[in-house]
Design a protein around this ligand. Structure first.
Ligand SMILES: Cc1cc2nc3c(=O)[nH]c(=O)nc-3n(C[C@H](O)[C@H](O)[C@H](O)COP(=O)(O)O)c2cc1C
Length: 199
């Protein structure tokens, strides 16, 4: 039987300059630039546990993880290469596979959303939030990460290679590793322009 602490009081929020600083400087890593070390087994477990600690409406937990080590990704990339040729996809479809095979560790977040007591849209949003929490957890452990989808997330023959079935969808491949150089900031939206403040 699974044991869990339902109703155990958790700490009240307190200000954290460190968390604010991290949120203000967080940046995705280009997947090609991720090098070792990646998370070890205990760190991976922590990342998954924190990722699964994400809001979802109705306690449906409409997501699951596929942890992809380098060997499985290399094997699947070979099959994807063949699939790209078979489907007559442009050369770029094969080139982007470098992003899949290069990183030390990859977590595929699968949306298992299906018609249920809560809207499918909300279940899918929750899967996206899981991706972001995984990135935050990896960052807190000192790793860089990259959230990628690419063409093989949208081809049923490709997603089947990762074990997706039925209506399951790829929420994201979260590639995790280390960076040898600091990331560069990119353009950010004008927050005022996208914000409506009502009294
Ligand atoms: C849902 C989603 C899908 C993405 N898919 C790809 C992708 O297929 N290829 C890619 O190079 N980057 C992909 N990215 C990463 C973005 O292009 C970009 O690097 C990232 O959003 C930068 O965010 P940041 O600077 O706030 O960290 C994806 C990001 C998201 C959120």
């Amino acid at each position: 039987m699974t044991s869990f602490d339902l109703g155990t009081p958790l700490p009240l929020p307190t200000p954290s300059d460190e968390l604010l600083r991290r949120l203000a400087t967080r940046r995705s890593a280009p997947a090609q630039s991720l090098v070792g070390p990646g998370p070890d087994a205990a760190q991976l477990q922590e990342i998954l546990t924190l990722g699964a600690r994400t809001p979802d409406h109705g306690k449906l937990f409409p997501w699951r993880f596929v942890v992809l080590g380098p060997q499985s990704r290399a094997r699947i990339a070979d099959d994807l290469r063949a699939l790209a040729i078979q489907k007559g996809l442009p050369d770029k479809a094969r080139a982007v596979l470098a992003k899949l095979v290069n990183p030390p560790l990859s977590i595929l977040v699968v949306s298992t959303a299906a018609p249920a007591s809560k809207p499918v849209w909300e279940q899918e949003l929750s899967a996206g939030a899981v991706c972001m929490n995984i990135e935050h957890a990896a960052g807190a452990l000192g790793f860089a990460s990259s959230w990628i989808t690419d063409w093989y997330s949208y081809e049923p023959e490709a997603t089947a290679l990762f074990g997706l079935t039925g209506a399951e969808k790829v929420a994201g491949f979260i590639h995790i590793g280390s960076l040898s150089e600091p990331p560069l900031e990119r353009e950010r939206p004008d927050v005022a322009a996208i914000t409506t403040i009502l009294p």
